[in-house]
Design a binder for this molecule. Structure first.
Ligand code: HEM
Length: 481
């Protein structure tokens, strides 16, 4: 056996005794000169960092993305430029509302944050396992999340708050219908589709743009828990999905997804039958069929959970040339929120952490700040323009300009059909799936006040008469019409 490495203090000095504190005499008090003891206790006290305000519980893995179909007619992003091109990725899956120690099988959307380490900088796609979301204006996000988290008085998760908010937010009905179907309790992170959810812009090297939506279809097939199983597993193994992902990769059973995109010509957005930037709606696959792009494969576990999974920082603002935001208001709000969260959670220099570091060279005039642990730009001047051959802007990297018009004020969405798509989804479910949906809703909604239940039934009814009637009947409020 090789010699064990020497135990040292944080400053690298050898530690003489890691079993006994230094004391004044055999039974005397502990000495303040025992620096190793002080450092050990002090470091331990500082082990926790703020958990993510949402998506606190998660699991991560490394892998790659490989292009299988040409898409350079729509985007000039280099990592998508040719068939066979591989880009390293890191992905973090998560639940949304629970804390870091919460159960993996809770009813919740699942997050899928993917970092593509491209030669043109990191591209982060921070989506969910659902193609839509509960709200469509970022102004509502803190209220929405408050309603999903703990009650200020009791410290308890509170179905009354959750349904109260939803009953006043009819735009949530589509996502509610997905969430309370068995897709709200996926069997593992491997057995669900992943979506970019928002609409993004792709543009090619001629500056021609299209609107795009991402769909990663699981190659493992969709598998969900039914409610009773999800509840049982939450008790037996709260880390079930984290374990499942880790063990699958350890045994070489690498999970993969096939990426498809929907492409909408720019001008269609003006005339499409609803606002294509509204994240509570899906685009019809008949209108915009799925086009294959590539394969996402996860084949390597993190070596250190904190260093890689906890310190990973994903932001929808991390884009590369060829990909730009759409005017989706939610996406626009997110462009600010994530890096701001990272500055709070990890510090201003979070991008220097190994898991977040681009493989592309980073050249700019940002300097200093807490925990600046690279060379900090060395002796280069820290302003621009300059006469010292410092980094200069790259006009080619600009996204095509977006035409806008109208008044600068608070605009409600023009279009308010919150019911057609959830109704269509309900009607698509088979009888067992319908029964499970109603059962799952009622198991939660029965804990809400009756006026809230009635408001929700009205929404369900507007989506589909039978949908509303069955929830009402199961709650004992009215009989089936
Ligand atoms: C995490 C804000 C909507 C997916 C987060 C975090 C914040 C946040 C602050 C924690 C980031 C961190 O500490 O690293 C918001 C705001 C939203 C919004 C303000 C709306 C305006 C969405 C939507 C999706 C989404 C629509 C999916 C389509 C995620 C995911 C994570 C996350 C997957 C976890 C990222 C990770 O694994 O580190 N969000 N969010 N969020 N959000 Fe959002």
């Amino acid at each position: 056996m090789s010699e064990p490495t020497k135990l040292t203090t944080a400053s690298g000095a050898p530690v003489a005794d890691n079993q006994n504190s230094q004391t004044a005499g055999q039974r005397g008090p502990v000495l303040i000169q025992d620096y190793h003891l002080l450092e050990k206790l002090a470091n331990f006290n500082r082990e926790r960092i703020p958990e993510r305000v949402v998506h606190a519980k998660g699991a991560g893995a490394h892998g790659y993305f490989e292009v299988t179909h040409p898409v350079s007619q729509w985007t000039k992003a280099k990592f998508l430029s040719e068939v066979g091109k591989r880009t390293p990725v890191f992905i973090r899956f998560s639940t949304v509302a629970g804390e870091k120690g919460s159960a993996d099988t809770e009813r919740d959307p699942r997050g899928n944050a993917i970092k593509f380490y491209t030669e043109e900088g990191n591209y982060d796609l921070v989506g969910n396992n659902t193609p839509v979301f509960f709200i469509r204006d970022p102004l509502k996000f803190p209220d929405f999340i408050h309603s999903q988290k703990r009650h200020p008085a009791t410290g308890l998760r509170d179905p009354n708050m959750a349904w109260d908010f939803w009953s006043h937010s009819p735009e949530a009905l589509h996502q509610i219908t997905i969430l309370f179907s068995n897709r709200g309790t996926p069997k593992s992170y491997r057995h669900m589709h992943l979506y970019g959810s928002h609409t993004f812009m792709w543009y090619n090297d001629k500056g021609e743009a299209v609107w795009v939506k991402y769909h990663f279809k699981t190659d493992q097939g969709i598998q969900n828990f039914r409610r009773e199983e999800a509840v049982r597993v939450a008790g037996e193994d709260p880390d079930y999905a984290t374990r499942d992902l880790y063990e699958a990769i350890e045994r070489g059973d690498y999970p993969s997804w096939t990426l498809y995109v929907q492409i909408m010509p720019l001008q269609d957005a003006e005339t499409y039958r609803f606002d294509p930037f509204d994240v509570t709606k899906v685009w019809s696959h008949k209108d915009y069929p799925l086009i294959p792009v590539g394969k996402l494969v996860l084949n390597r576990n993190p070596e250190n959970y904190f260093a890689e999974v906890e310190q990973a920082a994903f932001s929808p603002a991390n884009l590369v040339p060829g990909i730009a935001p759409s005017p989706d208001k939610m996406l626009q709000g997110r462009l600010f929120a994530y890096a701001d969260a990272h500055r709070y959670r990890l510090g201003v220099n979070h991008h220097l952490l190994p898991i977040n570091r681009p493989i592309a060279p980073v050249n700019n005039y940002q300097r200093d700040g807490f925990m600046r642990f690279d060379g900090n730009g060395g002796g280069q001047v820290n302003y621009e323009p300059n006469s010292y051959n410092g980094p200069v802007q790259v006009p080619d990297a600009a996204a095509p300009p977006l035409a806008v018009s109208g008044y600068a004020t608070s605009h409600p969405y023009r279009e308010d059909d919150h019911y057609t798509q959830p109704g269509d989804l309900y009607r698509l479910l088979d009888p067992q799936e319908k029964a499970d949906l109603i059962d799952n809703i009622v198991a939660s909604l029965k804990h809400a006040r009756q006026d809230i239940q009635l408001r929700m039934i009205e929404h369900f009814r507007k989506a589909d008469e039978g949908y509303g009637a069955r929830v009402a009947e199961a709650l004992g409020l009215v009989s089936v019409r």
